[in-house]
Design a protein around this ligand. Sequence first.
Ligand code: DQA
Length: 145
Amino acid sequence: MTKLVYVLNGPNLNLLGKRQPEIYGYDTLKDVEADCAKLGSKLGIECQFKQSNHEGQIIDWIHEARQEAAGIIINPGAFTHTSVAILDALNAFDGPVFEVHISNVHKRESFRHHSYVSLRADGVMAGFGVEGYQLALRRMASVIK
Ligand code: DQA
């Protein structure tokens, strides 16, 4: 049976491919979405791919996932480092949560070294470029089966 996984992306990730490509690369979020859909279909996972620049919208999607999704893959962008509210929402979700960062946040400014989301995440991918989403999806497939 196909399982639904929410793939959530936070602020500025709509500019992926155009924004600081030396850090985030040239693939767009549409490319990432297409790659996730392709891999998901092989793994028996349907990806609901969503992006917002607004913290409250991301929280609402996490609440929605409580009813709808078997797991959450999330790149919270800069909210990673600031949002107790996203952490609280994720703590109200029962399934597996994987956190993805395209860049290696630990190699960057010290304010990026702390993640509120990591206090809840079952696993973290950082610095694998956009391939991190695929790696998280593979791991998701093995834990939700
Ligand atoms: C990011 C890392 C964050 O520090 C940054 O604010 C982002 C993207 C990443 O994918 O590497 O917007 O989450």
